[in-house]
Design a protein around this ligand. Sequence first.
Ligand code: SF4
Length: 407
Amino acid sequence: MVINHQNKIKIPVTELEQSAFCQDGSNFRTKTLEQEFKAGVRWQKIPTRYLKLKPEEIKSSISELKKALGEKVVILGHHYQREDVIEFSDLQGDSFLLSKLAAETKDAEVIIFCGVHFMAETAEILSSNKQKVILPNMAAGCSMADMASTEEVQRCWKELSDIFDSDSDKQPVIPVTYMNSTASIKSLCGQNNGIVCTSSNAKQAFDWAYDRGERILFVPDQHLGRNTAKDYGIKESEMVIWDPYKKNGGLSVDEIINSKIILWKGHCSVHTRFSVKQIENAKIKNPDVNILVHPECTNEVVSKADYVGSTEYIKNIVHQAKPGTSWAIGTEINLVKRLSHTYTDKNIFCLDEMVCPCATMYRVHPAYLLWVLEGLVAGFVINQISVDDNDQKFSKLSLQRMLDLPK
Ligand code: SF4
């Protein structure tokens, strides 16, 4: 964590590192680990023999090892992973789909999760006790998840509990956490009649929560929370922002009591790059262009977009679009590039002209995948994810509530 001494706000290192891999788009390809280390972000240490391996050498070794390990290992790949990793994944999806797949993947002894830490943790919670979950690079976190530490959310919950009368008919606050959070935060939701959601099912999670409580504490993405609340008909005046660095989130007791939703002050460093100006520029260049964005974008951007939805929604909309149509997409660049290569009969491009992959997702360089596969062949489980028993029990509860939501 880095402390800004003027206002004492802690900025996660992952947020500061987010632009490390940005470039103008002309030469976006996997380099050797040694070259990529120059980006200046924190990487997990890896034996030096992997540093100089060329991408082609890594590819052929991964293919051989995958064959040797067979069905013992399943590789899950998040849509934001680079192409050189996704080509080795057995199953692809967004965090919601992959969490379901992890729960359904009963045969594999080992799940290698090519994604970020909270996703691998979720796979560990939902998979069976006999299965092991591996994250190839332990430095692959998420800057949004890092904006809500377990201690900060526990403190928030205690402060809110001190404000409300526990005798009300409905629970005063229902904790709802976005998937992008620690297992301990999911566990807090499980223990306090709360639920987990993703961008695919946030609306259903709101239905679930408002059936049971007066208001929602939504952690950690203020934008997904605000966008979903607006669609739900909640007024701006009924939304408040919880600043974790201030007592009672910087809010008066009246502001909290009069709210319908308390939004944690967190955001995605990738999706908040998209702007109204970029939309205007895209429309000037081509008035017929369709603007398609993810709900982690700001409300100003979402309000100007033609289509808004989760990663799976974005994929489906593009799949169904007519040939010849144009799509400016506001989401992670690896997915946008994959869509543009898949649907060559449509004009698909990123809303942001700079190419900025998610810098934590990008840390799953193929050399890390090779490293953990070689470990398995040699009988070692490298980078196994574990979750303590209490968190396991209660986070499973809040995740199961999410998996049970109506479609
Ligand atoms: S795209 Fe945003 S929310 Fe997703 S892993 Fe990267 S930083 Fe986290």
